[in-house]
Write a protein that binds this ligand. Structure first.
Ligand code: AMP
Length: 328
């Protein structure tokens, strides 16, 4: 069904000598893995082409995936094909110089809030954007090359975006695509050590989260992380935001949220929304956000808005629990 757009993308890559890859702000394993993995595929398949990945965001827990490229002159952008991966809307593209590119392609697996670019390949049922890139590689494997470095980038994106193949979006295709990467060669021992090991201090922060977390009347678990808490535990915004992962296994709490004060001049509070069984993205969309059915992000600007969002989430969960039986 999507073969035609994939053929167009392959054709466009062939047409250009210079290709630039872009991803979303607040980078995660999937957008880093997809951009680095796709870059590797293009470089190995057409060594004469120039492929740039320019992004100045630092994501410490994914440092092991290696640095990006230094910025280049605007003229290079102007003669390049731009490919944006894993990014639903234009405002979330981290390197805004993508606008200079001669043509633009969107490759994404989020619920499409808007379309942008000259060509868009969107498959929201895919568990990760990396899975789309593996599918692309496998479809055209007579013309494309992939080695174990590229496979490791893509596998990292797949495991991080699926909760280690746990989330409901994972299907047979996900595992077949992951198998292709394992066959090429991924050292999973070192990868999981890099992803799982935590600093002693971070475990102390975790203990603090479990002390402080709260639950709304109908079972939305949440935590509010203010600036003082981030300073007390010497956490970057990214480390503080990772706390969402600690609220995911409470029986009866089918949605869980983290509010993280960003400390920016607008007083914005990052909201991370997660759920099982029930879809939570409508709440994110109401509060300046979006994302996936069960994993979304939003932004609010005051404690009043925090309370309003919590109230909306609680109402949603109440309705869901009243009308469904198979949840826990
Ligand atoms: P986060 O909790 O920020 O990791 O967000 C969860 C998912 O929702 C990720 O796939 C994000 O890319 C996506 N997301 C977060 N914020 C937004 C937004 N404002 N608009 C669209 N998607 C978003």
């Amino acid at each position: 069904m999507n073969t035609k757009i994939m053929e167009t993308i392959l054709q466009k890559i062939k047409e250009y000598d210079s290709i630039m890859l872009f991803r979303h702000i607040r980078s995660d394993g999937d957008c880093i893995g997809a951009t680095k993995g796709f870059k590797r595929i293009i470089e190995l398949s057409w060594p004469q082409k120039k492929v740039y990945l320019i992004d100045d965001e630092v994501v410490r827990y994914l440092d092991f995936m290696g640095p990006d490229d230094d910025d280049v002159a605007d003229d290079v952008y102007k003669q390049s094909l731009g490919i944006v991966l894993d990014t639903a809307s234009e405002s979330r593209i981290s390197n805004q110089k993508y606008k200079l590119c001669k043509e633009l392609i969107k490759i994404d697996h989020h619920i499409p809030l808007e379309n942008y670019g000259d060509y868009a390949w969107v498959e929201e049922e895919r568990a990760s954007c990396c899975e789309m890139i593996v599918h692309f590689y496998n479809t055209f494997k007579d013309q494309l090359e992939l080695d174990s470095l590229g496979a490791t980038h893509l596998y990292t994106g797949m495991v991080t975006d699926t909760g280690r193949f746990k989330y409901s979006g994972v299907n047979g295709d996900t595992l077949r695509n992951a198998a292709i990467l394992l066959d090429i060669g991924v050292d999973t021992d070192i990868l999981y050590a890099r992803l799982y090991l935590e600093a002693y201090e971070y475990l102390k922060f975790k203990a603090h989260i479990y002390q402080r977390m709260q639950i709304t009347p109908n079972g939305v678990a949440y935590i509010y992380i203010d600036r003082a808490m981030q300073e007390e535990f010497n956490l970057s915004l990214e480390q503080a935001s990772a706390c969402i992962g600690n609220l995911d296994s409470i029986r009866g709490c089918i949605s869980w949220l983290a509010f993280i004060e960003t400390g920016d001049e607008k007083g914005s509070i990052r909201v991370r929304l997660r759920s099982r069984f029930v879809h939570i993205n409508s709440i994110a969309e109401k509060y300046n956000g979006g994302g996936h059915a069960c994993a979304s992000g939003a932004t609010v600007y005051s404690r009043e808005e925090v309370d309003a969002l919590l109230h909306d989430a609680d109402t949603l969960i109440k309705e869901y629990k009243e009308t469904h039986e198979e949840w826990l």
